[in-house]
Ligand binder design. Structure first.
Ligand code: HEC
Ligand code: HEC
Length: 386
C-alpha cells in the first residue's frame, strides 16, 4: 500500500507542475510512425522535445553503438554488452567493463526501452535515455566505456579525424558547430535506442487478430499470467509488460516510482539485499527502500537469461518457482536468508500453489514474446559489417 501512496503523491506533485510535460508534438504522428516503422497496435512513444527523432541521428547512433572507438581504450562498444541476437542482452550474469572492472548488474535488454518511464534496474532519477546514457560512456565507477574527463578530447578526436563521421555528425546536427561532442553522441545513441521497437512476436500477431498465433497452452499461460493466483500482471502489465511505462498519452507523473522488492533476498531477516546492490536504497539510504528494483519488460524474455538485476536466476522455470514460493530461499553462504519471510517484499508476492502443467503454460506464454524479426532486423545490426 505504501507504493500506492508514493505513486499518488507523485501524481499530485506533478499535477501542480505542468511545465514538467515536455514530449514532442512537433513531429506529426504519421512521420514518427514511419521513422520508427511502428506497427498499428503500438502506441506512439514519448520522444523528448529537446531531441526530436531524425533519420540522420538514428544512423549516426547506430554507427556509434557498434564502434569500439567510443571506449577510452578502444576495446568495447555498446554491443559488447548488448547483442542484437540476444535482444540486446549478453547472456551472462554480470558483464565486465572496458578496463576489466566487473559490474554488479545484469546487462539489460534494449527492446522497447522507449516505453519505459524510468531507466536502469533501479534509478528514480533517470527519466530520459539521455540521462541514463551518461553512465556507460562517462562513469568512472564502475567503468563501462571509460570516457572520463581526462579521456574526452582523445575520444572525440577519433571521430573528428574520420571523414565519414564528420559527415554523419554534420548531417545529424546541421544547426550546430561541426565536430563531435559528448552531447551529440548521447543524443544520437538515444535516438538509435528509441528505434529498437520489438512488436513482431507471436503474441503481437495474436493481438492483431490472428487467433492461431498462440497455441492453446500459450493462451492458458496468458490467462494464468493475468490471473489473481500468479499475480504477474500487477507489475508486468500493458503492451510492454512493465509498470515502468509511458507513451505520448501518459500523464508524465503517473509512473515515476515503479519499483518493487520481489523477495529475491532476505539477509539478516530484515529484508536486506547483498551490500553490493540494494537497489533504490543505495540512492535514498531509506532502509525500507532495500531491494526495490524496476520490473523488467518481459518481451523477448525467453532469450535473455540469466535473470534479475544480478543475473542470479538461470531459467524461467526457476523464476516462476521463486514467485510460487513467495520469495527465494538461500540456505547457506553470505547471502543466506528466506525471501518469503522478508518484511520488505511487495504484498503481491504471496506465493501460490502451481502445478507443473500451469508453470509450463506460463513459460510457453513467455516464449510467445520472442520477436525473431527484432533480433535479425538489419536496421539494428552492425553497420560496419554490411
Ligand atoms: C560493460 C557492459 C555495458 C556496456 C559497454 C554498455 N552497457 Fe548498457 N547496460 C549495461 C548494464 C549492466 C545495464 C544496467 C545498468 C543498471 O541497472 O544500472 C545497462 C543498461 C542500459 C540501458 C538502460 C535500459 C533500460 O531499460 O533502462 C540502456 C539504454 C543502455 N544500457 C544502452 C547502452 C549504450 C547505448 C551503450 C554504449 C554507449 C551501453 N549501454 C554500453 C551494460 C553495458
Ligand atoms: C510485485 C511486483 C512483481 C510481481 C507480482 C511479479 N514480478 Fe516479475 N519482477 C519484478 C521485479 C521488481 C523484477 C526485477 C527484480 C530484481 O531484479 O531484483 C522482476 C523480474 C522478473 C523477471 C526477470 C526479467 C529479466 O529480464 O531478468 C521475470 C522473468 C519475471 N519477473 C516474471 C514474472 C512472472 C512470471 C510473474 C508472475 C508469476 C512476476 N514476474 C510477478 C516485479 C514483479
Amino acid at each position: 500500500m505504501r507504493y500506492c501512496f508514493v505513486i499518488l503523491s507523485t501524481v499530485f506533485l506533478l499535477a501542480c507542475n505542468e511545465s514538467k510535460t515536455h514530449y514532442t508534438q512537433t513531429q506529426d504522428e504519421q512521420s514518427l510512425r514511419q521513422l520508427l516503422q511502428l506497427p498499428e497496435h503500438m502506441p506512439l512513444p514519448a520522444i523528448p522535445e529537446f531531441n526530436p527523432l531524425t533519420q540522420e541521428k538514428i544512423t549516426l547512433g547506430r554507427h556509434l553503438f557498434y564502434d569500439k572507438r567510443l571506449s577510452a581504450n578502444q576495446t568495447q562498444s555498446c554491443e559488447s554488452c548488448h547483442l542484437q541476437i540476444l535482444a540486446f542482452t549478453d547472456g551472462i550474469p554480470v558483464p565486465t567493463g572496458s578496463t576489466g572492472q566487473v559490474l554488479s548488474r545484469n546487462s539489460q535488454g534494449l527492446g522497447n526501452a522507449v516505453y519505459h518511464s524510468t531507466f536502469t534496474w533501479a534509478n528514480d532519477g533517470f527519466f530520459e535515455l539521455e540521462d541514463q546514457l551518461q553512465v556507460p560512456i562517462r562513469a568512472d565507477n564502475p567503468v563501462e566505456l571509460g570516457v572520463t574527463d581526462a579521456e574526452v578530447e582523445t575520444v572525440l578526436a577519433r571521430f573528428d579525424e574520420d571523414p565519414a563521421y564528420v559527415q554523419m555528425f554534420m548531417e545529424a546536427f546541421p544547426e550546430s558547430d561541426s565536430g563531435a561532442s559528448i552531447n551529440k553522441i548521447i543524443f544520437a545513441l538515444a535516438s538509435f535506442c528509441r528505434t529498437m521497437i520489438s512488436a513482431g512476436s507471436d503474441y503481437d500477431r495474436y493481438l492483431l487478430g490472428d487467433d492461431s498465433a498462440l497455441t492453446q497452452q500459450q493462451k492458458r499461460g496468458f490467462s494464468l499470467f493475468n490471473g489473481e493466483k500468479f499475480e504477474c500482471f500487477h507489475c508486468h502489465n500493458g503492451i510492454n509488460f512493465s509498470v515502468s511505462y509511458r507513451d505520448i498519452n501518459s500523464n508524465s507523473g503517473s509512473l515515476q516510482f515503479p519499483f518493487f522488492n520481489n523477495g529475491l533476498y532476505n539477509l539478516h531477516g530484515d529484508g536486506s539485499y547483498p551490500a553490493i546492490d540494494q537497489g533504490i536504497f543505495d540512492l535514498t539510504s531509506d532502509p525500507s527502500d532495500k531491494g526495490l528494483f524496476r520490473p523488467q519488460s518481459l518481451r523477448n524474455v525467453a532469450i535473455t537469461a540469466p535473470y534479475m538485476h544480478d543475473g542470479s536466476i538461470e531459467t524461467l522455470r526457476e523464476v516462476i518457482e521463486h514467485y510460487a514460493r513467495g520469495g527465494r530461499l538461500i540456505e547457506s553462504g553470505d547471502n543466506a536468508g528466506d525471501g518469503r519471510l522478508s518484511p520488505l517484499k511487495s504484498s503481491f508476492i504471496q506465493g501460490f500453489d502451481a502445478s507443473e502443467e500451469e508453470i509450463d503454460a506460463v513459460i510457453a506464454f513467455l516464449e510467445s514474446l520472442t520477436d525473431y524479426d527484432f533480433i535479425t532486423d538489419p536496421r539494428f545490426s552492425n553497420p560496419f559489417e554490411e
